[in-house]
Design a protein around this ligand. Structure first.
Ligand SMILES: [Zn+2]
Ligand SMILES: [Zn+2]
Length: 352
């Protein structure tokens, strides 16, 4: 293991506001406090949420600038706080970006993603990252030897997707529409097509990403720029009825409305992509009532799905590496955000 000079400051990305991301030297996060550990970040992956937060300069739940930034990472433990008994320096780990309190109204009902005291952790775009005690206790997992750091770093978004799928009322042979060809939409396609015995129709705006959707097993992919009437296309592929399940993975209010228009009577619409603050949508009351639609909001993940996500990644059943466009040193982080903005890259693995 590399020897660390604890007197030296460490490099980390800080978000100051809208499109204002700076790499700075921050105080060394060691020693960790009781129950905490510090990891040396080996790979941190970018995420659509990071892009949204960078563009808007904040996030309602996750963070408030100025703040350490980034939430998907895998690394190696370099220091262990008091009272941490089951981890050792040198362990390869992935840490979720949150942990529930296990105490509040929602936690008592096992609705952990709604926990009103979620402990959040940001700061994966850095050389070192401190993991708070509630995350160490519940959402810190050992990385199996056969799994690379950059793939393990994708545990968090995949956990959100598995949570989303579990809440989608899926049945075998369903026709499922996924709207959005970002990393989250494509993860939905992969899990649905490989593991859920359903037929997936993917809509996106980027041909290269739609190709990844095909490799992940989408039965049909459509570029909405060529076929803008998405509900009509869906009806043509579903005997005129609409999809059994629709998954919205763009976070654009207009697309939420499109998602609802794509569902068959009795169908479920999973409104998964978080929209900008204070936005609203219009729902046709007749359609909602007489078509008995189920509209589901699904947010974030829970410890159960974090474990399942890491297991799925380690099983190597699905080629999730297709989602990683490239690897970059931490110093290129800002450039990477401009490339994400221009949709030139999907996920990037930052290697500090
Ligand atoms: Zn709670
Ligand atoms: Zn993420």
């Amino acid at each position: 293991m590399k020897r660390i000079d604890w007197s030296k400051a460490v490099l980390a990305a800080l978000l100051y506001g809208r499109e204002d991301l700076r790499l700075e030297n921050i105080p060394d996060p060691t020693p960790p406090g009781p129950g905490e550990v510090v990891i040396e970040v080996k790979a941190a992956t970018t995420c659509g949420t990071d892009l949204k937060v960078w563009r808007s300069g904040g996030h309602a739940k996750m963070l408030k600038p100025p703040t350490l930034f980034g939430h998907e990472a895998a690394g190696r433990i370099v220091a262990v706080g008091e009272k941490v008994t089951n981890w050792q320096v040198g362990d390869r780990v992935v840490a979720n970006n949150s942990a529930p309190c296990r105490n509040c109204f929602f936690c008592q009902r096992q609705e952990y993603s709604l926990c009103s005291n979620l402990t959040w952790n940001n700061g994966t775009f850095a050389e070192y990252l401190k993991i708070p005690a509630p995350i160490v206790a519940q959402n810190l997992l050992p990385i199996p030897d056969n799994l690379s750091d950059e793939l393990a770093a994708m545990t968090e978004p995949l956990a959100c997707v598995l949570h989303g799928i579990a809440r989608s009322n899926l049945k075998p042979q369903d026709k499922v529409v996924v709207l959005g060809d970002g990393a989250i939409g494509l993860m939905f396609v992969a899990k649905l097509a490989f593991d859920c015995s359903v037929e997936v129709l993917l809509f996106g705006g980027h041909d290269q990403r739609l190709e990844i959707g095909q490799k992940f097993g989408a039965a049909q992919t459509f570029n909405y720029r060529q076929q803008p009437d998405i509900p009509l296309v869906v009806k043509q592929f579903t005997n005129g009825w609409g999809a059994d399940v629709v998954i919205e993975a763009t976070g654009i209010p207009k697309v939420w409305e499109t998602a609802i228009a794509c569902a068959r009577p009795g169908g479920t619409v999973n409104l998964f992509g978080g929209c900008p603050r204070d936005t609203t949508i219009t729902v046709n009351t007749q359609q909602l009532h007489y078509s008995e639609l189920t509209l589901k909001g699904v947010f974030h993940n829970t410890p159960e799905f974090v474990k399942k996500a890491l297991e799925l990644l380690a099983s190597q059943k699905i080629p999730f590496e297709l989602l990683i466009s490239k690897r970059c040193p931490l110093k290129d982080l800002e450039q990477v955000f401009w490339e994400m903005q221009a949709r030139q890259v999907l996920k990037v693995a930052l290697i500090p």
